[in-house]
Design a protein around this ligand. Sequence first.
Ligand code: PEP
Ligand code: MG
Length: 576
Amino acid sequence: MKTLKGIAASAGIVMGKVLLVDSEEMNVPKKSIKESAIPREITRLQDALTETRAEILNIRDKVSREMGQEHGDIFNAHLMVLEDRAIIEEVMGRIKKEKLNTEYIFSQVLKKYVQSFLKIDDEYLRERVSDITDVGRRILRHLVGEQKTALSELKEKVIVVAYDLSPSDTAVMHRKNVVGFATDIGGRTSHTAIMAKSLEIPAVVGLETATRQIQNGDTVILDGIRGVVVVDPSPAEVQKFRQEQARFLEFSKALKKFKDLPCVTLDGRRLELAANIELPEETPSVLSHGADGIGLYRTEFLYMNRPDLPTEEEQYQAYKKVVMQMAPKPVVVRTFDLGGDKFLSHLEMPHEMNPFLGWRAIRFCLASPEIFKVQLRAILRASAHGKLRMMYPMISGISEVQDANKLLEEARGELRQRKIPFDKEMEVGAMIEIPSAALTSDILASEVDFFSIGTNDLIQYALAVDRINEKIAYLYEPAHPAVLRLLKTIIDNGHAKNIWVGICGEMSGDPLLTPVLLGLGMDEISTSPVMIPEIKKIVRSMGYAEAREIVDHVLTLNTGLEVVNYLKLRQAKKIS
Ligand code: PEP
Ligand code: MG
């Protein structure tokens, strides 16, 4: 038996057999082959090259059609990589000489090429690394395809262990037999972790060595509350697991009674308690957990796990479905936020050194107005069917809001021409998740109808802590005085201009911090559906005056730890 400690990413405790999923670049299996199998391995390589070529040609044509030829031409560079005889011949030669499987040899050769390109002191050539990696991954995907699909045809329930899982891998897991997952890398606010929480799949991330310490078929206990994975548990551990699982299920059941009660403090302050969703299928869970609405619908997941862009009609149908299911409750649709840790293989998004500081979200949308306006029209059309609000992600200053609003106005004009109805009063908000936006929120407040604070990003930018890096997760402190001061500034500036202010980052679901958010004057809290009953319970158990008192005190403290300790102490006193 051994116990691995990681970061608790999604609550719940499960026990089950492990399925070790190979990551595309890290854990390609290494298998010896017989002399007689060499021709078959070479044919597999050739088939993978042919399939990849067809795939790239298809993407090139689609991108040229939808975004213009100069974007499509990018893929010509990929075709050139694919046809590079030096790589192919080296792979063939090594398969024959080393008698190892194609995918393993291929991944080795690929790594070697990438390393040597990275060393070259020429920016143009260095930039070709992303082309090589991209094409290399496509080829590998064709080669290891059979194993990947193992995940989609699971006959029994498994706990997936992987080096990393992309948010899009996670998005499809709920339809499979995956009851929990553990990864080597990642942090609490990575989109993979957020997705797990939404789908109510218990998860532990940032375990660092899980893929090396756990074997396929091992039995593990995965505790997504404490962030622990127990491998090959002893009978005593199994018994403890059963007790803790029962306690967790009982706790979740007890909270259900808050479902239909309003989110209001003892002294009558009403808070809008909304839910975050990534997929339209989550709407029933939002309603069954008793949310007042949807405070963040991350629409980018509609763009993922597919070879093309969703059309206006398709997006309209998806948003309309959510809005109608929720009506008359409000739904805040966030325009798509790609980049950072969410990518599309077919959209031309360059490999960046600092993707979270790079070409993502509204920056990408303003640079690609034709793609952006398709979404804006779809959102506007859906607004005719219920109470839809819309917000822009990653706003850094007022010009971006103005530029986005110009495109919104164009989209409205296009719909008017087509005589399609939309809500002319639809509220338009800005996410405040960059310190520059927080510090100029007095200026931004004149331009929008509401603010929604994205603390996942705000914290990473304010504290300079990459939100998905497990090595510095200890520095990622939502209760840091700098974060609390930023929240206060945003809320006060919003209220001074009479607009409402909400929060939709993961700290909104931390029960310890609920009194602080309440006391700061937050008008809306939007969090994972599963957290709603617990947050509601806390709001209903305290007065607004008491929450304000707590805030007055925590704003005098010097460190995040002091804030957390003070809140824990108050909580303990309240319970006793
Ligand atoms: C945030 O940054 O807090 C947020 C809600 O957006 P996302 O997590 O999708 O970046
Ligand atoms: Mg964000």
